[in-house]
Design a protein around this ligand. Structure first.
Ligand code: LLP
Length: 416
């Protein structure tokens, strides 16, 4: 559930009509709801209950400082994939000792920075990475806390671009090599082996692959215990899906409860989760204005002022995100539209074949845009990126300003 609802025919973000926000800040614009972020985070945290755990929000989903600061105030942990994300977490007031560092290509510089900041754990994805972290920690005269990302080889049955737990993916360490790689890690003097992790994919709408992965990893944890390697936490990654359309993913409550149940009798094994989308997606919308209605020979087009550079998911993954009117009342006829942006690519669309009653100057909201929306935005076609606004009940905070034209060439130079 989220806090974007119609009140008297007007779409509101918490207590503020979206049209009023637009009147003050223009379009296109991302609008986030603080209460929704908090609600989603608590849904995970509360459902696990008494079992020792940490919710590490996946920063890549939405890394705006305002969003991170809301979660930091709840005591959230964070899952990061770059030095830049770690810097954001710290700037937003997050606690580095609750940070896990994922990703297949950590540089020596990023590893050194993370060690200096005292992160909780590196989620290591390969043998060469183990050696690299060991070396950097040796140079610093410390021990780096590590967990190995094991590829449990379960099929997450999601879009191939966001499925990560199969053998054919670049991620993680193969199950067959897991014990040997743990033994290697345990033998390296500047590593402290503390955990195990996996991440099987994103936008999963079924519990079974998660539970399957958990069961497989628990077997491995017991196998390692027999060899004297003590795993203190199990990180199951992110991946719980959200309802964009007619999907019916399990509620975070059901998901977390199913996992916690499997952990009974293992009270000393801390459970870590890395949800991104399930916390942020439905906590945000992208508001856009219709510039023109264009009658094509075969289709009607609603040409809007947001484009694939602002929200890439529809173009990149053919992702479906709901598009709704900001003000319900209209005299416009209902027809099927392709909602397209001004970028010079046929693939620049926000939605295709959408039944809408719409005319020029109307405002539309693309729903579920709080995750992998702004973070995947670019300046393609030299378009200024939109502002990000965070609503807290009746207050609207500008958590990122709209880019200005002169920002477009910041750090660029002409040649003489
Ligand atoms: N942990 C790791 C190691 C990950 O790679 C990811 C996402 C997450 C956690 C968070 O997953 P979530 O709970 O958000 O599903 N751009 C794509 C999604 C890419 C996800 C990449 N990894 C999209 O817009 O659908």
């Amino acid at each position: 559930m989220d806090y974007f609802e119609y009140r008297d025919g007007r779409l509101c973000a918490e207590d503020v009509p979206v049209a009023d926000i637009v009147a003050a800040h223009g379009t296109p614009a991302y609008i986030y709801s603080r209460k929704t972020l908090e609600r989603h985070w608590h849904a995970f945290d509360d459902a696990i209950g008494e079992h020792p755990h940490l919710i590490c929000y996946a920063v890549k989903a939405n890394s705006n400082l305002g969003v991170l600061s809301v979660l930091a105030k709840l005591g959230s942990g964070f899952d990061i994939v770059s030095g830049g994300e770690l810097a954001r977490v710290i700037e937003a007031g997050g606690d580095a000792s609750k940070v896990v560092f994922s990703g297949v290509g950590k540089t020596p510089d990023e590893i050194a920075y993370a060690l200096d900041q005292g992160i909780m754990c590196f989620n290591v994805e390969s043998e060469p990475e183990l050696h690299r972290i060991n070396e950097v920690a040796a140079q610093k005269g410390c021990q780096a806390p590590v967990s190995l990302r094991i590829n449990p080889d379960v099929d997450a049955k999601t879009h191939p671009y966001i499925s990560t737990g199969l053998k054919a993916n670049k991620f993680g360490i193969a199950r067959e090599l897991a014990v040997a790689t743990y033994e290697l890690a345990a033998s390296l003097p500047n590593l402290n082996v503390i955990g195990m992790d996996c991440h099987i994919g994103s936008q999963l709408t079924d519990l079974a692959p998660f539970v399957d992965a958990l069961d497989r990893l628990l077997v491995l944890i017991d196998e390692l215990a027999d060899k004297g390697i003590d795993i203190k936490h199990l990180d199951l990654g992110g991946g719980l899906g959200v309802p964009y359309d007619s999907e019916t993913p399990p509620h975070p409550r059901e998901y977390a409860a199913a996992l916690a149940e499997r952990m009974t009798g293992r009270e000393s094994l801390k459970l870590i989760l890395e949800p991104g989308r399930a916390i942020a997606a439905n906590a945000g919308i992208l508001v856009t204005k219709v510039e023109f209605i264009k009658e094509g020979e075969e289709k009607h087009f609603a040409i809007v002022d947001a484009a694939m550079n602002d929200l890439l998911r529809p173009s990149l993954y053919s992702a479906w995100q709901n598009i709704i009117r900001v003000e319900q009342a209209t005299q416009a006829p209902r027809r099927l539209y392709d909602v397209v942006g001004p970028v010079c690519e046929t693939g620049d669309f926000l939605g295709r074949d959408r039944e809408l009653a719409v005319q020029a100057n109307d405002l539309l909201a693309v729903r579920s845009a709080g995750a992998y929306g702004f973070t995947m935005a670019s300046n393609y076609n030299s378009r200024c990126r939109p502002p990000e606004l965070l609503v807290d009940e009746a207050q609207v905070f500008v958590v990122r300003e709209r880019e200005k034209r002169k920002d477009l060439w910041k750090g660029e130079y002409k040649v003489p």
